[in-house]
Design a protein around this ligand. Structure first.
Ligand SMILES: Cc1cc2nc3c(=O)[nH]c(=O)nc-3n(C[C@H](O)[C@H](O)[C@H](O)COP(=O)(O)O)c2cc1C
Length: 209
């Protein structure tokens, strides 16, 4: 498989930086494989008083103010997608969901179909709902007619060291905070996921008339 001609858009939401770091690693992995990559952060929707009540949330929002917001043209431009979200009550964060719910125009025009798509997440707890979050995210990809690209156990060592989630790279924040080797392994797996996505994107793009 070749990532030549791959154009990847990475769209994510992060309130305190964990998923942001994963998104940057996915970008790096796709770019290293040879893809052109756009990184996009969906807008914050939480009320100001909720954000202000958490200094880490406020600080991260300010620190990432330079990251462009996604547009539907970013989706039309790309031939592969990665979406990242923190696990929120076992589900996709509303901020990302809101963006996904604006895609009915390109979906109806078939502009999202036949392209590879993958997801990544982070939760606080090991059993806090990472898989249900990714499966929920993937429901949208099925409706688009996208080609879901999971991490699987294709590179078993990389996925295993990162916690072993074959649905998509998923960080356990509690563990990453105290285990530097684990935190590094998760970022390595996210870079792998970006490269794997880019290879699918380039290969499928080359096969398209
Ligand atoms: C409203 C809310 C709901 C959450 N729900 C869960 C959950 O269901 N399971 C879990 O393990 N962590 C949960 N968390 C914790 C986040 O998933 C976790 O802190 C994650 O690493 C945050 O990523 P971020 O720094 O990119 O925002 C929740 C956090 C918030 C604010």
């Amino acid at each position: 498989m070749s990532a030549q001609n791959a154009r990847i858009t990475v769209v994510y939401y992060s309130s305190t930086g964990n998923v942001h770091r994963l998104a940057e690693a996915v970008v790096d992995g796709a770019a290293d494989a040879g893809a052109e990559v756009r990184l996009r952060r969906v807008p914050e929707l939480a009320p100001a008083e909720v954000v202000e009540a958490d200094p880490a949330w406020r600080a991260h929002l300010d620190a990432t103010a330079h990251v462009p917001e996604p547009s539907l043209d970013d989706l039309r431009w790309a031939n592969g997608y990665a979406f990242g979200t923190p696990t929120r009550f076992g589900n996709v964060a509303a901020q990302l969901r809101q963006f996904l719910d604006t895609t009915s125009g390109p979906w109806q025009a078939g502009e999202l179909a036949d392209k590879p798509a993958t997801g990544f997440t982070g939760s606080y707890e090991e059993h806090g709902g990472q898989e249900s979050t990714l499966l929920s995210l993937y429901n949208t990809f099925f409706h688009w007619g996208a080609v879901v690209v999971p991490t699987g156990y294709v590179d078993y060592e990389v996925v295993h060291r990162a916690g072993g989630n074959p649905y998509g790279v998923s960080q356990v924040e509690e563990r990453a905070a105290v285990d530097a080797d684990y935190a590094k392994a998760v970022l390595t797996a996210a870079r792998y996921q970006g490269g794997r996505l880019a290879a699918f994107a380039g290969t499928l793009a080359a096969a398209r008339p």
